[in-house]
Design a protein around this ligand. Structure first.
Ligand code: NOJ
Length: 541
């Protein structure tokens, strides 16, 4: 069994995890000093959002050198140490790889913009003005705010526009150019040879663009941006999920497959169509994993909706590809805020219920840092916003609210730093932090840790099959099984008791409301937001 199928990943946003040098921004040494925490928690792999040199126009997703470390985060020696410290503890390290664009200050772009004849002249997507002297077509930037903004930026030196599907500081690479492909291949090999365990591939949905440069066909809905997907609601985005993406992904997979021990490739795709195309499901040699973002939209206290996501995923993936579930990430609200809105009275039971759900699913789960504490969005006032997209869509919550510092303790800056951090810390809540929760065996953190422990011990949860049952009211039930054993998971997504029947005699393996070992025979009345993992017990005579 491949390690990445059995692993639980933990997504670290390095700017916000731990600040070792008190400059207000998290760094690699900070992560190293929390490696014991990660091991104690029981995660198997970490994915680091970009740590490469960057002008930080998109907080690291605008890379100016793919083979270095931004001084804000440390240096290559510190990265090597991080890798060694993680590996020493059996934790894998996955990096973010951005193949679709580079910073406008990357040497590749600086050279390319100089003239139409230099050696990198064709490394980006350059075009002459359109008929009216403006941008070549109506393509928009995903970072468009209340007003749609063109995805083209004028460069007087070349007398041409370049394409940027994200901010104008992120210039789209021309992946059709073999020299660009070779340059990116060298980048991948550089990190693979260092021993990183794989890549999370940023924005695979937009690697290739429509070469015809046709306008986006317009849909008949009003333009109301509040997330990246707003653009696709307004336009038919002919740059999303182009078939040419597959060639690049197959090449990336072929490269990572050359390395031993096995490396992983995780695609960030925007749609079900993308996910299905990019995985082995559609042909051999594609990506190992692609985030199933379904739960970013639908996860909630709704047994039927959650059941439908699982049913559909199981039907589509079957044994041909491995699901990969995510509740939250650095591009949107924290999942508890999304589910609960302003009313946080049920935050803890809901966090535990959702932990039990995520960690009993068939597939590889990703935990976004702080989810294990029950962290919620931190309010960020307009004058503290830093994310360009967040500023553009204000007062919609944007992305900064979910990128605020990890809450280590209840000191002034939550133990993240000794100085005011780059984003506000959530100081209103003195209990949602590692120090407090480690002392409390009923905390969200303790529950996550126990769940991770159970998942590690039980093959049924790590790689077993799944048998889903139709939800009854808000109660959901499924079995996880191997050839020789099975577990039953029951979850109550309601704030009121829910009866569940059809049980033989079972023992609680782990539960939010019951003790491990407790026996349950016959019908069961689930408490509000209760989750239980049950193991069958031979009936005593
Ligand atoms: C997807 C990343 O997750 C997001 O943070 C970034 O802004 C875009 N790609 C552009 O690189």
């Amino acid at each position: 069994m491949s390690w990445w199928k059995e692993a639980v990943f933990y997504h670290i946003y390095p700017r916000s995890f731990n600040d070792s040098n008190d400059d207000g921004v998290g760094d690699l040494a900070g992560i190293i000093s929390k490696m014991d925490y990660l091991q104690w928690l029981g995660v198997d792999a970490i994915w680091l959002s970009p740590i490469f040199p960057s002008p930080m126009a998109d907080f690291g997703y605008d890379v100016s050198d793919f083979q270095g470390i931004d001084p804000l985060f440390g240096d290559m020696k510190t990265f090597d140490k991080l890798l060694a410290e993680a590996h020493r503890r059996g934790i894998k390290v996955v990096l973010d790889q951005i193949c679709h664009n580079v910073s406008s200050r990357h040497p590749w772009f600086l050279e390319s913009k100089e003239s139409r004849t230099n050696s990198k002249a064709d490394w980006f997507i350059w075009h002459d003005p359109g008929e009216e002297g403006g941008p070549p077509n109506n393509w928009l930037s995903f970072f468009s705010g209340k007003k749609p903004e063109s995805a083209w930026e004028w460069v007087p030196e070349r007398g041409q526009y370049y394409l940027h599907l994200f901010s104008k500081d992120q210039c789209d690479l021309n992946l059709r150019n073999p020299d660009v492909q070779r340059a990116l291949e060298l980048v991948l090999r550089f990190w693979l040879e260092k021993g990183v365990d794989g890549f999370r591939l940023d924005s695979v949905s937009v690697y290739f663009k429509d070469p015809s440069l046709h306008d986006y066909p317009k849909r008949s809905v009003p333009y109301e941006p509040s997330s990246f997907s707003a653009l696709s609601q307004y336009y038919v985005d002919i740059n999303l999920e182009r078939p040419e993406n597959l060639l690049a992904l197959e090449r990336i997979r072929a490269i990572t497959d050359e390395y031993k021990p096995e490396r992983v490739t995780v695609g960030e795709s925007a749609s079900e169509k993308g996910i299905l195309a990019y995985l082995d499901i559609s042909g051999p040699g594609r990506l190992n994993l692609a985030f199933n973002f379904e739960f970013l939209n639908t996860v909630g206290l709704d047994a039927r909706a959650n059941y439908e996501v699982l049913r559909r995923t199981e039907e589509l993936f079957d044994t041909r590809a491995w699901p990969c579930y995510v509740y939250g990430h650095h591009d949107g609200s924290r999942f508890l805020s999304r589910i609960l809105g302003e009313d946080m009275t049920q935050r803890k039971p809901v966090a535990k219920l959702m932990a039990a759900f995520l960690l009993t699913l068939r597939g590889t789960p990703f935990i976004y840092y702080g989810e294990e504490l029950g962290m919620v969005n931190t309010p960020v006032p307009f004058d503290r916003l830093v994310d360009p997209f967040g500023k553009a869509i204000w007062p919609a919550p944007g992305r900064d609210v979910a990128r605020t510092p990890m809450q280590w303790n209840n000191s002034q800056y939550c133990g993240f730093s000794e100085v005011e951090p780059w984003l506000p810390v959530n100081t209103g809540d003195l209990e949602t932090n590692v120090a407090h929760e480690q002392q409390d065996r009923f905390s969200v953190l303790s529950f996550y840790r126990s769940m991770l422990g159970v998942r590690k011990q039980r093959p049924e949860l790590r790689y077993g099959g799944v048998r889903l049952y139709e939800p009854v009211g808000q109660a959901m039930e499924y079995e996880r099984y191997t050839d020789s054993s099975r577990l039953t998971v029951v979850l109550n997504f309601a704030d009121r008791p829910q009866p569940v029947d059809r049980f033989g005699t079972t023992a609680v393996v782990i539960g939010t409301h019951r003790k491990t070992g407790e026996r349950i025979a016959g019908d069961l009345l689930l408490q509000p937001y209760e989750a239980i993992v049950l193991s069958p017990v031979a009936t005593e005579v």
